[in-house]
Each structure stands twice: as C-alpha cells, then as structure tokens.
Write a protein that binds this ligand. Structure first.
Ligand code: PMV
Length: 318
C-alpha cells in the first residue's frame, strides 16, 4: 500500500492561462510544453497510515496544500480510501514559477495509482493530475507535449520523444522567493478584468498550430518566434489585469535582452517566462554553454542551471 514516483516539471512554450471551468479546473486554452530532466519531485504515498491525511513537503508539514492533495487522491483511489501519508521532496525552489506543482501532482497521481493498485491508464492519470494543477497533466509525458482541450476534457499527445529533438533549457533564477499571486488566482483575475483576455483565448489555436508545425518540422526559429510571442502575450494579459499581475524584476528583463543579443550573434536560443521572475532560455544543445555563461553574468541572476528534456512521471523504488 506504499509506492514512490518521480516526475519532472515542464515548461510551456505555448502557455496555459485561464480556465474554462474553475470547478473542474478545465483550461480555457490548449498548451504545448517541454518536460525537463534534472529538476524533479519525488513523491511517496502510503495508504493506511494514521487516522487522517498528512502531507510533508521537504520534511515539513504543509497543511495549505493538503486539501488539493487529498482531493486528487480521492480521484485516483476513491473517496472511501484509507488515510494517506504523502512525502514530497523537490530538488528545486517551490512556488517560484518553476512548475513545482506540475511535477508534484504528476508524481502524486502515479505514486497513488501504484500504491492503491488502481492501474489507471496514462491519459486518465494526466486528467486527474490536471484537475489539481492544469500544467501537471503535461508532466505525465516526456519530451515535447501538447495539451488540447475540447468542450469538457483535455487530451494529451507526445509530439517528440526526448531523443527525437533533444533541446536544452538554461534556467536563470532571478528570485527564488514564493510568487506573490498564485497562478489559479491570477488566471481568474485575468479572465474577469483584462481587456485582452478574450483575444488571448481566441488566438491560442493559431499559436498552437504554428508551434505544432514547427515541432513536426524541427524548425527551431519558428518555434522560438511563436514561443516568445505567446509568452509576451500571456504576460500582457497578466499586466493588464486589475490589480495588475507583474512577475518580472529587472534581472528578468535583462535576461530577455541578453537572449535577443545572443540570437543576433548567431546562437539558437529563445526565452520563455511563467508565473514568476525566472527566465527559461530554450536552446539547441550547441548553444547551451554560451547562453548559460551570458545569463550567469547578469546582475541579479542568482543561479543558472542547464537542463535537458526529460521523461514522463514514473514509478521508482521507495
Ligand atoms: O498549472 P498551473 O495552475 O500551475 O498554471 C501554470 C501556468 C503557467 O505556468 C504560467 C503556464 C503553463 O502553461 O505552464
């Protein structure tokens, strides 16, 4: 009745921002992402321990997250399941725009499924993880992943395996503190108040089609153009919300500028930024050291990491 799973965060190149159905946490738009390696969350789920659910995050009780975790466990094992002890360990900052909830909920559903012996298929597990954190559905799959949404459910597809297009990502940490506005709250605020929200939703199918085509033809330039455009469009929706949601700091802007100038100098690189001030510079593997060196030299950049593309969530030894 105990199992462990490991999952990696994923970074969207075409972003999810907005919910079609807040009750079921159904995204308003599809998205496209790369699953990372190196950064990881390891989750151990033990059913039948104690008389209530408990959650430890990096060794400390985390009551704030427990409700979402318990609901997610109900979805896997049934509401009549026994109490659970969940241990979550991540090797990177949590709640800082590095998709820690994606790796956490992806690992949670896989560990819970193995511990409960429910044997749910991958798409069902992805849908359950997505109901807790929309982006988590994508971390069930490795490489380059598309999430499509129709009237009442999400579908997932792997567009390229890790070895089929081995991109690199340089992560520049500009502030590891927890973000001021959570993504769930931010999305609802944007939908209610940003004058740009409806055109963001309307244009997403086009951006996704462009990105999908770029992945299919391994066209890094087109993928970079659409990813930067889509990222800046999402942040425009955030900035134009009331009150505004601004995740960037001055180092975030300096990193973006550096990526543009690296590109002008012939490096194959583009940036993307999520609900936090960190910059992810996606590059072809040949460019990764030049990109990492340039970003590390920027004042305000606290740390840089070079990561590759990783696999989907899997069961591991406890
Ligand atoms: O899955 P959530 O609720 O953490 O939202 C993720 C939102 C972004 O990271 C900003 C975009 C994305 O598609 O991952």
């Amino acid at each position: 009745m105990q199992a462990s799973a490991l999952a990696h965060p994923n970074i969207a190149l075409v972003k999810y921002w907005g919910k079609r159905d807040t009750q079921r946490n159904l995204p308003a738009v599809g998205s496209l992402s790369v699953t990372l390696d190196t950064l990881a969350t390891r989750m151990t789920v033990a059913f039948g321990v104690g008389d209530r659910d408990t959650l430890l995050v990096n060794g400390e009780e985390a009551p704030g997250m427990l409700g979402r975790v318990s609901r997610c466990l109900d979805d896997v094992a049934g509401a009549d399941r026994s109490p659970v002890r969940v241990d979550s360990e991540s090797n990177f900052p949590i709640g800082a725009g590095l998709a820690s909830s994606a790796s956490a909920f992806a690992a949670l559903v896989v560990a819970a499924d193995a511990a409960a012996g429910t044997n749910l298929d991958r798409l069902t597990l992805a849908q359950v993880a997505g109901a807790a954190s929309g982006s988590a559905a994508r971390s069930l799959y490795g490489g380059i992943v598309a999430l499509d949404v129709d009237a009442d459910q999400v579908g997932l597809s792997q567009l390229a395996r890790v070895d089929e297009w081995p991109l690199a990502v340089v992560v520049a940490i500009t502030d590891a503190a927890t973000k001021p506005v959570g993504s769930g709250e931010g999305m609802i605020r944007s939908a209610e108040t940003s004058p740009f929200y409806s055109s963001w939703v309307e244009q997403q199918a086009n951006d996704l089609a462009t990105a999908r085509q770029a992945v299919a033809s391994r066209d890094f330039k087109v993928l970079g153009e659409i990813a930067e455009h889509n990222c800046l469009k999402m942040h425009s929706v955030m900035w134009s919300s009331r009150p505004p949601i601004v995740y960037w700091n001055s180092a975030t802007l300096a990193c973006m500028e550096s990526v543009r100038s690296l590109r002008a100098d012939g490096e194959d690189v583009f940036f993307t930024i999520d609900a936090g001030p960190q910059v992810k510079a996606v590059c072809l593997p040949e460019s990764r050291h030049a990109v990492a060196d340039a970003l590390a030299a920027i004042p305000g950049v606290e740390d840089t990491m070079i990561v590759g593309l990783g696999h989907g969530a899997t069961v591991v030894e406890p």
